[in-house]
Design a protein around this ligand. Structure first.
Ligand code: KMH
Ligand code: ZN
Length: 308
């Protein structure tokens, strides 16, 4: 089946600081956690930034610059930056860090969903920061907008800057959106797909949800034309990782998607989640790819071609 690329999604925008004291918040903490995750065996680190004063999601290029330069100087990991941004931003604002930093990879969300986080309101009450309950409450009516016009912009900036898109698929219709872009020659083969499963508003986390998405992608694009990974959001993170490992897929773990190392036990770090993914991979006879191997598998331009 070949080596498995482990991605670590370090902090995200959906995990709020109250949920776990182990979430890295400042640019220095985010970079440090990414370097540790890479040392533990993650070949890719997926990066969001946060405001150092209060931990709310940030797309400020200066926050990104601190994170990216620090990771680059201390590790060889492939850096994939988010274009997910925060709820109030336009796609141009969300994608502005792509031409600015020209990373090896960036996220590319393939459809609009009601990205709902409000159920977490019931489980907490003692908030670390005042923005957190408002953020969860507004998500009930929040459409994470990724329209065909937005796709045009992302296709343009990823192509112009030679950045490989990590194509985020939250539901089966998103494969058909992607198929339209393929037909229009706006996205090139080989692609890297990521099945994001377990976001309220998208597909769930059952085994057949994953096999179905992979099967549909095979039919639409042909299995030789794409590599793929999965993201299990919430406690399903490792169950889905185990299935992906057996199907020949790649795996993402990290505090962006899941805060538990096992049921009811908070993960102390991203590195701890990566170590568990690696133990699981080895038990299933999948060796983790090094960053250089990941670059070859995904056809990336290389660490020396980024702009930071
Ligand atoms: N937050 C995840 C559910 C992005 O950053 O643009 C998906 C993600 C997308 O990582
Ligand atoms: Zn992300």
């Amino acid at each position: 089946m070949g080596k498995v690329i482990i991605s670590a999604a370090i902090t995200g925008a959906a995990t709020i600081p109250t949920l776990t004291p182990h979430l890295p918040l400042t640019p220095e903490e985010i970079a440090g956690s990414a370097v540790e995750a890479a040392k533990a065996g993650a070949a890719i680190v997926h990066i969001h930034a946060r405001h150092p004063d209060h931990g709310a999601p940030s797309a400020d290029p200066e926050h990104f610059r601190t994170i990216l330069t620090e990771i680059k100087s201390r590790s060889d990991a492939v850096i994939c930056i988010t274009t997910g941004g925060s709820p109030t931003m336009t796609v141009k604002e969300r994608a502005a860090n792509v031409p600015e930093f020209k990373p090896e990879m960036c996220s590319f969300n393939l459809g609009s969903i009601n990205f709902a986080l409000h159920p977490a309101l019931k489980r907490h009450g003692d908030w670390k920061y005042p923005w957190e309950p408002r953020y969860l409450e507004m998500s009930k009516d929040f459409v994470f907008k990724n329209t065909f016009l937005d796709f045009e912009h992302l296709c343009k900036v990823t192509k112009e800057n030679n950045v490989k898109p990590e194509l985020e698929i939250y539901d089966v219709g998103h494969l058909y959106n992607l198929n339209f872009l393929v037909q229009e020659k706006m996205v090139d083969f080989p692609m890297h797909l990521q099945f994001v499963m377990g976001v309220l508003g998208g597909i769930g986390t059952m085994a057949e949800d994953l096999t179905f998405l992979k099967h549909k992608a095979d039919i639409l694009f042909g299995p030789k034309n794409f590599t793929w990974s999965e993201v299990g959001v919430g406690i399903a993170q490792f169950n889905l990782a185990a299935i992906s490992l057996q199907m020949g897929g790649h795996v993402r773990v990290g505090l962006e998607d899941n805060i538990y190392i096992r049921k009811g036990v908070l993960a102390k770090s991203n590195a701890e989640l990566v170590e568990k993914a690696i133990r699981l991979a080895k038990e299933l006879d999948r060796e983790p790819a090094t960053p250089e191997e990941a670059r070859r598998i995904l056809g990336l331009k290389g660490k020396d071609k980024v702009n930071f």
